[in-house]
Design a binder for this molecule. Structure first.
Ligand code: X8Z
Ligand code: ZN
Length: 616
């Protein structure tokens, strides 16, 4: 990771706290410009400022990354204090740089420097106010929120306490609505005490945003997409509008099947689905309930979790296999240090942030993942997701520091997922996990499984920041945080809480990215982009379709094209990067619709045959 900007890599405290602009080194440039308030700054002065800021940032980011890595791997009061201290220093300087960058806004520069200057100004994720006391307060709050999430546990009545990976396993496997309800509610105990901290965090970061000339933090967050913030919001509405009918068909079918399984008392035939029955702590992806909703004749008859167990895959072997996909495309193998420095399994003797992440400690080769891997098909996909970050990071390492990032944050989140779309039966057979590729009559089952993960995710990926942006802009007041959260959950996802909620709860805080201050719209974008990338790479690989059966495994031409885009980093506006792989300059949901087209027909037929009443 890099503490700078919205890097996907770890996003915890430092990224959150700051934008990671550098410390002291930029000072000279700042003094120059600051003492020069009466005359227009010159292009030469602007370039000098950018150059110094960039090299200081690069230096400082390494210390910041290390402090952050240690904190996330050993959560204690001491590591929190050290990480907060580094974050505080970093933020103070970041904010100074961002302020300074704004002073050069009217200087005519070449496109490269203009882009860098804009990044210096807009890439903060949690800008602190200029007041050092408030900066320190924000750094401490951010560290504390992260730690609260990482240390979160729920203790059952018999005294047994469980961490999130264990609780998630129950959510994935149990069919006992009472147990599911207890676990669902239990996990949400951890976030109640976050509420006042979050509220203060928002206040401070809004003040920091205003100091930098942005109306509020929502505007700042939406300023990072090479277009006007409000145009970006409209883009999201457009994309969501395109996929919504597909989501509604899926929702309708799933609700019907759950109604059959649990009965009217638990799941009504109309109205929102209770959130504890969808196989996931946040009801964000539903692949774990595949068996409950699988088609009678279209089931492919295999399950990756079982295949991994049958073939004795341990955590490291799962990572090795994922690496093998990338090397088959022509990417170099991961460095030795990746294997010695990464965290693959949950330590028994200490608190760590288990939420999966990919890191780039030295902005060169010291790439790592940190993940409490569970030996499941779901986690096998997450490993590909994380390695996508690492391979991206390594591909752009020759870019200047400020461009060592993805084209937009959705790209970073989409790369590993794109590769994982190629984990088809054909691929599983190739690597010896599956004996026989099911015939095409089983595609509906495969598509349904994929839709439960990918299509179900879309409204969730969108709603988190719809909530946060309104919180940042003041449209949602602290006194209605939870109410507004559930209104949006219902509006977008058509789900409801299984038990009554009120403002003593703070359910948003039970999702990592809220206490972690990680923007979430990136995942919505990624769930559109990955289908565009997959289709384009399959075309390059000469696959004749259908696209859900395509695997680009071993295809060097596809790998080369992908690498071309990754190498660009953030050096160009994202449409340029998109064009390299897809030939198109727009994010476009058509690839999602095409991928799932046969399933959509099937879902609509099922819904009609079963007289399912759709909508909520
Ligand atoms: O947070 C992640 C990754 C790390 S960037 C594991 N994801 C989102 C989530 O878990 O909520 C991947 C998909 C959505
Ligand atoms: Zn990610």
């Amino acid at each position: 990771m890099k503490a700078f900007s919205q890097k996907p890599a770890r996003l915890s405290l430092l990224i959150a706290v700051s934008i990671g602009l550098s410390a002291c080194g930029g000072q000279k440039a700042q003094e120059n410009a600051a003492t020069n308030t009466n005359t227009e700054p010159t292009p030469a002065q602007a370039k000098e400022f950018i150059h110094k800021a960039e090299s200081k940032l690069a230096d400082m980011s390494i210390e910041a990354n290390r402090a952050e890595w240690i904190y996330s791997n050993f959560i204690t009061e001491d590591t929190a204090a050290l990480a907060a201290a580094v974050g505080e220093k970093y933020t103070a300087n970041s904010v100074k740089f961002a302020t300074e960058a704004a002073r050069f806004a009217s200087v005519k520069l070449d496109p490269v420097n203009e882009r860098k200057l804009n990044m210096l100004r807009t890439s903060l994720v949690l800008p602190a106010p200029l007041d050092p006391k408030k900066n320190a307060e924000l750094a401490n709050i951010s560290a504390e929120l992260n730690g609260m999430y990482g240390k979160g546990k729920y203790c059952f009545k018999d005294g047994k306490c469980m961490t999130l990976p264990e609780l998630s396993a129950i959510m994935a496997e149990s069919h006992d609505p009472k147990l599911l309800e207890e676990v669902w509610e239990g996990w949400r105990e951890i976030s109640k005490p976050m509420r006042p901290l979050f509220e203060r965090e928002v206040q401070l970061a809004n003040e920091g945003s205003r100091d930098l000339g942005f109306k509020d933090l929502s505007v700042l967050w939406r300023s990072q997409y090479d277009m006007k913030p409000d145009d970006f919001s409209q883009e999201l509405d457009r994309l969501w509008g395109d996929v919504k009918p597909l989501y509604e068909s899926l929702h309708c079918y799933v609700r019907g099947e759950l109604n059959k399984e649990y009965g009217d008392d638990v799941v009504s035939k109309s109205g929102p689905i209770p959130a504890h029955l969808l196989g996931n702590m946040w009801a964000q992806s539903w692949g774990n309930i595949y068996d409950d909703v699988a088609p009678e004749n279209g089931d492919p008859g295999y399950d990756v979790t079982k295949l991994l167990a049958m073939h004795d895959y341990d955590e490291k072997k799962m990572v090795k296999q994922a690496e093998g996909f990338f090397t088959s495309l022509g990417f170099d193998a991961l460095p030795e240090t990746f294997w010695t420095r990464s965290l693959f399994t949950q330590p028994k003797d200490r608190d760590v942030v288990c939420h999966a992440s990919a890191w780039d400690l030295d902005n060169k080769d010291d790439i790592r993942i940190k993940m409490c891997i569970q030996k499941t098909g779901e986690e096998f996909t997450v490993i590909h997701h994380e390695l996508g970050h690492n391979f991206y990071q390594r591909a752009y390492k020759e870019q200047p520091f400020l461009f060592q990032n993805s084209a937009n944050d959705g790209f970073h989140e989409a790369i590993g997922d794109t590769i994982a779309l190629s984990i088809t039966p054909k691929y599983l057979k190739k690597i010896g996990l599956l004996e026989q590729v099911p015939d095409q009559s089983k595609d509906i089952g495969l598509l349904l499984k994929q839709a439960l993960d990918k299509v179900a995710f879309l409204p969730f990926g969108l709603m988190i920041d719809q909530w946060r942006w309104k919180v940042f802009s003041g449209q949602i007041k602290p006194s209605e945080y939870n109410k507004a959260w559930w209104e949006l959950r219902e509006k977008y996802q058509g789900i409801r809480p299984p038990v009554a909620r009120d403002e003593s709860d703070f359910d948003p805080g039970a999702k990592y990215h809220v206490p972690g201050n990680v923007p979430y719209t990136r995942y919505f974008l990624a769930h559109i982009l990955q289908f565009q990338f997959h289709k384009a790479l399959c075309d390059i690989a000469g696959d004749k379709g259908p696209v859900n059966r395509c695997s680009i495994y071993g295809n060097k031409a596809a790998g080369e094209k992908l690498n071309k885009m990754l190498e660009m980093g953030a050096s160009k506006p994202w449409p340029d990067a998109l064009e390299v792989v897809t030939g198109k300059r727009d994010m476009d949901a058509q690839a999602v619709l095409d991928y799932f087209a046969p399933l959509k027909v099937w879902l609509d037929k099922q819904n009609k045959m079963q007289n399912n009443q759709c909508g909520w």
